[in-house]
Design a protein around this ligand. Structure first.
Ligand code: PSV
Ligand code: MN
Length: 407
């Protein structure tokens, strides 16, 4: 049998429809605004200026794709002092979206120079805990279940601080925060090997995140950001282990060539994304077809690509790879695995990966009155051009100039 198996048969097409119906992916508010690298920013006229613009853009992505009903928010970037959470909820609903995960920010303030939960100063640790507790209250006000924690904490030089003490400070602070959750809320603990800390990061890998989440209490799980691994690391194996321990809480999706590059999901290694999704489908197969509750989120800030196009493109890639992973015949795979038929087992995955699932996805979109190709639809809608005009005028009126010209 050739590796390329063409299009799905009827049974496979049905599997794709079912799989896509329960696949939702959250877009990040920070992905709609101008961001850059530490070397500078290239501004986009259509970039969102404030939270209202971000919600409008997220609503446009949801209307085109039908699978992005929530927006992740970063508390300090999106909720300036005095903002009214109930008004934000109302505005989001007007744009056909809801507020999703709440991301506390314990890395920007000057007091966090030596860390937040890991800081040697108990008063700073307490301030960071209090900010997270405030975020839990905000989540309750906006109807969000998820508090997503990422820490820039770490040290830059050997000897800078006591590693074991920092671990214990983290354990204690996370326990305090976890205790403040409602029963249906979940704390997600994200790990990252380096940046901005360059000697050691306090939560550097999935094992550390697992231990800390486990000791925080029952409502804490691990968040896997696909860009937060060393290059050779086998991310799908981490996913499988976390699934088996019921400790996989969610994903931040992006791709990378070197480190945390924020490239479009699947742009560098789509087969890896497929293999991650395969682990999830495989877990569901082993659990009577019940899929684990996982928060799929995008975490990408594009410097060069147009923001909205990049977001829609990412969602489409995620759907496509999720659909391909739904094609794996798990019963056949079990047989090959138990017989040690390595080649047949591998080819089963490769065939699923190489199947053209376009028609099946279009069928899913047509069932919902969505455009066949959301990216083409975005380009044809005039939304980006209109946003660019309106936001440029608003920037000028607000006196926040944007375009830097070298002419
Ligand atoms: C840190 O690199 C990170 O992945 C965290 O999830 C932050 O919330 C996000 O990026 C900010 O872009
Ligand atoms: Mn992330």
């Amino acid at each position: 049998m050739p590796i390329h198996s063409g299009r799905p048969d009827d049974d496979q097409a049905e599997r794709i429809l079912v799989a896509l119906s329960q696949f939702r992916i959250e877009t990040p508010s920070w992905g709609y605004a101008d961001t850059g690298t530490r070397f500078g920013k290239f501004h986009q006229p259509a970039a969102a200026i404030d939270l209202d613009d971000k919600l409008a853009d997220a609503g446009q992505v949801q209307r085109l794709t039908g699978c992005c009903p929530t927006v992740a928010v970063h508390v300090l970037w999106d909720f300036p002092k005095g903002s009214d959470p109930t008004q934000v909820v109302r505005r989001a609903a007007q744009y056909d979206v809801a507020i999703g995960s709440i991301n506390p920010n314990v890395f920007q303030d000057q007091r966090y120079k030596l860390g937040s939960f890991g800081n040697p100063d108990a008063a700073v640790r307490q301030a960071a805990v209090q900010h997270c507790v405030d975020c839990i209250a905000l989540a309750q006000q906006v109807g969000s279940r998820l508090i997503s924690l990422w820490f820039a904490d770490g040290t830059n030089y050997p000897g800078q601080d006591n590693t074991r003490a920092r671990k214990r400070r983290f354990t204690e602070a996370l326990q305090q925060v976890q205790q403040r959750l409602d029963a249906d809320q979940l704390l997600l603990v994200e790990y990252k090997p380096f940046e901005p800390a360059f000697y050691q990061t306090d939560i550097a890998d999935w094992g550390m995140a697992y231990l800390l989440a486990k000791s925080a209490g029952p409502n804490a799980k691990v968040l896997v950001d696909t860009g937060h691994h060393y290059l050779a690391q086998n991310i799908e194996q981490i996913v499988a282990w976390l699934l088996d321990e019921q400790m996989l809480g969610g994903f931040h999706f992006n791709d990378r060539r070197y480190a945390d590059d924020d490239l479009t999901l699947g742009s560098i290694d789509p087969y890896q994304v497929f293999r991650i999704f395969h682990e999830i489908h495989s877990y569901a197969f082993d659990h009577g077809g019940i899929f684990p509750e996982i928060a799929y989120m995008i975490d990408q800030s594009h410097n060069l690509k147009p923001k909205l196009e990049a977001m829609v493109q990412t969602v489409m890639v995620a759907q496509e790879l999720y659909a391909k992973a739904a094609l794996v015949d798990h019963a056949a795979l079990d047989v090959y695995q138990s017989h040690g038929d390595i080649v047949a087992a591998e080819r089963l995955l490769q065939r699923a990966f190489m199947t053209d699932v376009t028609d099946a996805i279009v069928a899913w979109r047509r069932q919902r009155g969505l455009p066949d190709d959301p990216l083409d639809a975005l380009r044809g809608s005039g939304y980006v051009e209109q946003a660019a005009r309106e936001r440029s005028e608003r920037r000028a009126a607000l006196g926040i100039g944007q375009s830097t010209s070298y002419a």
